[in-house]
Design a protein around this ligand. Structure first.
Ligand code: ZN
Length: 92
């Protein structure tokens, strides 16, 4: 796996050979997200889905999650409230 300087944690860690997500965000993840932070996001995503009772087939729910994902990984835009309240309480 190629090493990347992670935009979220700032560490140089193993990144992705292939984008774990489609589109331009996937490219951004390959360029600057480590596997650890991606794993953290997946847990966060599950939490958001459960918290809001999201249907992941619903385009609105998907765009909500995508927005939260880029906020979570790249610090861009706003995250849903749950992100800040739950931050630091995620164990891995
Ligand atoms: Zn990271």
């Amino acid at each position: 796996m190629p090493d990347v300087t992670c935009a979220r944690c700032g560490n140089v860690r193993a990144g992705f050979e292939r984008p774990p997500f489609p589109g331009p965000i996937g490219q951004r993840i390959v360029a600057g997200t480590c596997q650890v932070c991606w794993g953290d996001w997946l847990k966060q995503q599950t939490m958001l889905i459960n918290h809001y009772g999201l249907n992941v087939m619903d385009p609105q729910a998907r765009s909500f999650l995508t927005k939260n994902m880029s906020a979570y990984l790249f610090g861009a835009g706003e995250q849903a409230e749950i992100d800040t309240t739950k931050q630091g309480t995620i164990s891995h």
